[in-house]
Every structure is written in structure tokens, then in C-alpha cells.
Design a binder for this molecule. Structure first.
Ligand SMILES: [Ca+2]
Ligand SMILES: [Ca+2]
Length: 452
């Protein structure tokens, strides 16, 4: 009898835990131009509200690094991965539990199922360290000391398909970067090259085949009114191209991305602020496309096709998100992406390394709400979908009928079969948009299939 009651209790607790986990995610639909997006918000506690965070997205997996609140212990740098529905792929893990040192900076970058965490330690042995994790949170190698440099820059590590290539920092007007073999892991090559006296690195990107990296950096004129924005191509044979000066404007963080076909996507803003400039360049510096948009930039990023996401500041408590296609045509007007998050009033906090990411049409935003109900760190994702695409093949047609009937008759089994959260399945099948998936959706579904 006791065992039976225990089993009931465990069952109830498991149900509670599942409901609690589901309740952390708020989902709704936003229409951006012609497309419908499933918007998900998640509070990412126990990542600490007071400290830096970094984010990266690859193949629909979102990697986060930041400070973790640890019960009865000193908070530590941690890492966690989520799928694009914002379900965690594992619990948060400490990056290096054996070395409880305060990091002075950190960064994480993900590609091909691997995430590299970088941090600069202030105490103990100090120095700059790298560690590599799988997207399931398993460490793939021990922590590796990669140098002792001060003034670690903002964006300091990138990972390619084949090698980890980390740009570590700037010291005495030189920069260092490292190539670390992944198979077998450990062969570490260091390159040191000149930077022409520029001192704040704003971005680092590595080409997928590890054949070059692009580094952007800035320096302020002595009058403090303008920022010079540069980018520079560096190669694994330690050759360093001459820096290319982009403009005399404010730099936008995370401002250079490597696109397909060895082009660069570059973004910066005007001074005085009010205009955001987008450029597409060949790596020799030739401008192949340029655009200007109104707005006060807050962050910007590109996918490898050149599609662009902009985060603009409307006021201290209102930020807008805007999506542009690869031709930089706006998919829809700027909008308040934080609606329905459960957090208000909110403010996007400065102390985030990378606020935006876009990959495979999934947009992720990392943001913070300062006070009021729901204060904390939030992760928001936008996943495009077609209402009625029940078999999840990107089309709406007669092949969706069986899956639609399946979802109507047994939603949990449907969700498990198609690897989709139940609440997301309800939204995709809720053709009449009344908030439920039920028999009242049958007629609208039939009309949808008929092309009405
Ligand atoms: Ca379909
Ligand atoms: Ca409905």
C-alpha cells in the first residue's frame, strides 16, 4: 500500500514538474508581414539577473552562458542549451566546477552540435580558458588554458565546422588567436598579429571551413564624439590583412557576420544616432549592397544568407524587433516582441554580450526585465510556421489530413510522434484561432486545404 501511495505521489509530482516546466513558457502567434511565427517566451532562471549573458544559435539549438545562482555555493559560470521551442535539452551545468574562479568575461559560440565556452579568470591560476560542450551539456574535453591576457574583449570566440578558432584578446596593440584541433582535441596553435593600435574588439566570426576569421574593432577619437569602425581578415597561416575602415560612426555590437560565398554582412549606426547602415561586402572590401534604415540601434545580426534582425530602442522601456529578408526588405513593421511574456514593466538590459541570433529562420532574443512582476532574464524565440501544417513538412496539403485527425484524437501521442510541444501543436492546428484545437477546427481546416 505504501509503495502504491508512493507511486501515486511520484506520479503527481512528475505531473506537477511537467506542468511547472510548461508553465515557464508562454506561447502565442505573431504575424510578421505574410508569415505567421510561433512566439515563445521563457524565463531562464537560475541564470542570474545581475550578470552578463551570452547566446548563440546553430541549427535551431540555442546555447546560453552566464552566471548561475547555485544554492549554498558561490555562483558559477554555467551553460545550458534549448531547442527552438525553448525546451531545455539539459539542466544548467557549471562550465568548470573544479575551478571556482570568478570570470572577468565570458563568451560562448555554438556550431555543429558543439559549444565552446570561453572565460577569463581573475583569481587562482588566472588566464583565459576554453571548454567544449555537446548540445546535451556534456563536456567533451577538460578545460584548456589558452593564454594569460588582460582586457579580454567583448566577443572573443568563434567555432567553425572543423576547428575551434578563438580570438582571445588584445594586448599592447596586438591580437592573438588560436586554432585548436577537435579530432584529436588539444593541438593548439597560437597566432599573434598587429592591430594598428585599435583597442576594442566588437565581434569575431570564423568561416565555416576555418580558412579565415573576420575581426571587427573600434577606436574612439580623442574628442570622444566618433568611433572608427574597422574590420580585418586574419588567416590560420598567421597572415593578417590590412584593416579596412568602414566608417566614422558608432559601431553596432555583433556587427560583422560571415555570409555564404565569403561575403560579409556589416552593420553600424550613425552619429548622432537615428540611422542604421547595413552593408554587404566581399572580403576584399568591395560593397555589393547597402541600405539605410531609420531607428536607434540596439543590436543587429545576420544569418548566413544575409537575412537581418534589428533590435531598436524606442524608449528605455520599449524595444522593437524588425525582421528583414536577405534583400533587406522588411518582412513587417517593427513590433514589441516582449508582449505576452509575463514580464512588465521591462527593460532590455545592457549587460548582455549577444542579444540577437537568427539561424534557419529561427530568431532568438535574450533580454531582461528589471522590475515588477516577472522580473528576470528571458529568452524569446520566433519560429515560422504554417497553420494546418500538421505533418510538419513545410506545406499545407492533403498529406496533413491524417496528422490533423491524429492530433484531434490523441494530442500527447501526436506531439510525441512529431517531436513538438503539445501547446505548440495546438497553435498550429487551431485554424479558427479560438485558442483551442478541437472539432470546431475541422471545417476551417477543410476550407484551408481547399485553398480558401
Ligand atoms: Ca504539411
Ligand atoms: Ca480552434
Amino acid at each position: 500500500m505504501k509503495a502504491f501511495l508512493l507511486a501515486i505521489a511520484i506520479y503527481l509530482m512528475a505531473g506537477w514538474a511537467l506542468q511547472a516546466a510548461t508553465a515557464q513558457i508562454n506561447r502565442d502567434v505573431v504575424h510578421i508581414g505574410e508569415r505567421a511565427y510561433l512566439r515563445s517566451h521563457r524565463n531562464i532562471s537560475p541564470f542570474n539577473f545581475d550578470h552578463q549573458l551570452d547566446m548563440s544559435v546553430d541549427s535551431g539549438v540555442i546555447a546560453i552562458s552566464g552566471w548561475l545562482e547555485v544554492p549554498d555555493a558561490q555562483e558559477q559560470l554555467g551553460i545550458q542549451h534549448f531547442d527552438h521551442w525553448l525546451f531545455p535539452l539539459h539542466n544548467p551545468v557549471w562550465v568548470d566546477p573544479d575551478r571556482a574562479e570568478r570570470a572577468i568575461s565570458h563568451s560562448a559560440d555554438a556550431r555543429s552540435g558543439r559549444t565552446v565556452a570561453f572565460w577569463g579568470a581573475r583569481t587562482g591560476t588566472g588566464g583565459n580558458w576554453l571548454r567544449i560542450f555537446s548540445s546535451q551539456g556534456e563536456p567533451l574535453a577538460p578545460s584548456t588554458l589558452v593564454g594569460h591576457m588582460q582586457n579580454a574583449p567583448t566577443r572573443l570566440v568563434g567555432i567553425s565546422e572543423s576547428n575551434v578558432l578563438a580570438l582571445i584578446g588584445v594586448q599592447a596593440y596586438s591580437m592573438r588567436w588560436y586554432s585548436i584541433d577537435l579530432q584529436p582535441l588539444g593541438n593548439l596553435t597560437q597566432f599573434v598579429g598587429p592591430m594598428g593600435g585599435y583597442n576594442t574588439i566588437s565581434d569575431v566570426e570564423i568561416s565555416p571551413e576555418s580558412s579565415y576569421a573576420v575581426v571587427s574593432y573600434t577606436n574612439y577619437f580623442s574628442n570622444g564624439q566618433f568611433t572608427r569602425v574597422f574590420y580585418q581578415i586574419v588567416y590560420p597561416d598567421s597572415a593578417f590583412d590590412a584593416p579596412v575602415e568602414v566608417a566614422l560612426y558608432d559601431v553596432v555590437s555583433d556587427c560583422v557576420e560571415i555570409l555564404l560565398n565569403d561575403e560579409l554582412g556589416i552593420a553600424f549606426s550613425s552619429n548622432p544616432p537615428g540611422v542604421i547602415y547595413l552593408q554587404r561586402r566581399l572580403i576584399d572590401g568591395t560593397v555589393v549592397r547597402a541600405a539605410e534604415l531609420d531607428g536607434l540601434y540596439y543590436d543587429v545580426t545576420f544569418d548566413d544568407q544575409g537575412a537581418c534582425v534589428l533590435l531598436t530602442r524606442v524608449s528605455n522601456t520599449l524595444f522593437h524587433l524588425q525582421l528583414l529578408d536577405a534583400q533587406w526588405v522588411a518582412l513587417g513593421p517593427p513590433f514589441d516582441f516582449t508582449e505576452n511574456s509575463g514580464a512588465a514593466p521591462y527593460r532590455v538590459i545592457d549587460d548582455i554580450r549577444k542579444r540577437l541570433a537568427i539561424d534557419n529562420d529561427v530568431v532568438a532574443v535574450l533580454w531582461g526585465a528589471y522590475n515588477g512582476p516577472g522580473a528576470g532574464w528571458y529568452l524569446t524565440s520566433l519560429t515560422p510556421f504554417l497553420p494546418g501544417d500538421m505533418n510538419r513538412d513545410g506545406l499545407v496539403n492533403n498529406f496533413d489530413i491524417d496528422a490533423f485527425v491524429f492530433a484531434l484524437s490523441n494530442l500527447p501521442a501526436y506531439a510525441a510522434t512529431y517531436n513538438i510541444p503539445e501547446d505548440a501543436a495546438v497553435i498550429i492546428g487551431d485554424i479558427d484561432e479560438d485558442g483551442a484545437l478541437n472539432n470546431f477546427d475541422i471545417d476551417p481546416f477543410v476550407l484551408l486545404l481547399a485553398g480558401d
